[in-house]
Structures are given as structure tokens and as C-alpha cells.
Write a protein that binds this ligand. Structure first.
Ligand SMILES: [Zn+2]
Ligand SMILES: [Zn+2]
Length: 109
């Protein structure tokens, strides 16, 4: 199997493939509202890229302790952002995407 990288960042993830969000997101009103907004966009099959960006930005700003560690495999983005202070926030937002998106979509941005 070759890696399946045909997806576009603007692709709408399939609701069934969404991961179960971590408990801290359910404990935060803003996360909960953002997740509902994302699910609604997905259900309506309209673009949800803005919603993805709102959520990752909110996680980095409000839950910086919960941003996942850098990916050590199957990620082209982590190695290219590592050790670059100029993209530190972008990198954290990239890692935060894992928390609420399927891996194939999370790692596109
Ligand atoms: Zn939150
Ligand atoms: Zn990564």
C-alpha cells in the first residue's frame, strides 16, 4: 500500500472517522461549542476548514499543555517545523489537529 495522500485540506472529513475528542475538550465550553460547529459543518457537507483552524488556534491558546507531542512518524510537517521559533505557533496548531480530526486530514496542515 502506498500512502494515500490525495486528500485536499479543504476536504470535508467523514463524521464517522472523527476521533473521540479528549476529555479536556468536553470540559471546556468553548471547545464543546467549536466541536458542535465542526460536526454541523461536516453533517451539512459544507467546507469546514475555518472551523478546523478556529479549533486548533483555541487549543493552542487555551490548552497549551494539552497540545500533543511532535509526530515522530508519518508526518512531513513536524520535521520541517522542528526547531524553528518562527513557526512555533503554526507547529502547535498542526499538532493540535490530531485531537479532533482523522490523522489523514489532521496532517495535511
Ligand atoms: Zn477549550
Ligand atoms: Zn506532525
Amino acid at each position: 500500500m502506498t500512502s494515500d495522500r490525495h486528500e485536499d485540506p479543504t476536504d470535508t472529513p467523514n463524521e464517522e472517522t472523527l476521533p473521540v475528542p479528549p476529555p479536556f475538550m468536553f470540559g471546556c465550553d468553548q471547545c464543546a461549542a467549536l466541536l458542535v460547529g465542526l460536526a454541523e459543518k461536516i453533517r451539512a457537507d459544507v467546507g469546514c476548514l475555518d472551523q478546523q483552524l478556529f479549533i486548533s488556534r483555541h487549543i493552542v491558546e487555551a490548552h497549551s499543555d494539552d497540545v500533543p507531542a511532535p509526530h515522530t512518524r508519518l508526518c512531513d510537517i513536524c520535521p520541517s517545523y522542528a526547531g524553528r521559533p518562527d513557526v512555533a505557533i503554526l507547529w502547535a496548531e498542526h499538532r493540535a489537529r490530531d485531537l479532533f480530526l482523522p490523522e489523514s486530514i489532521a496532517r495535511l496542515l
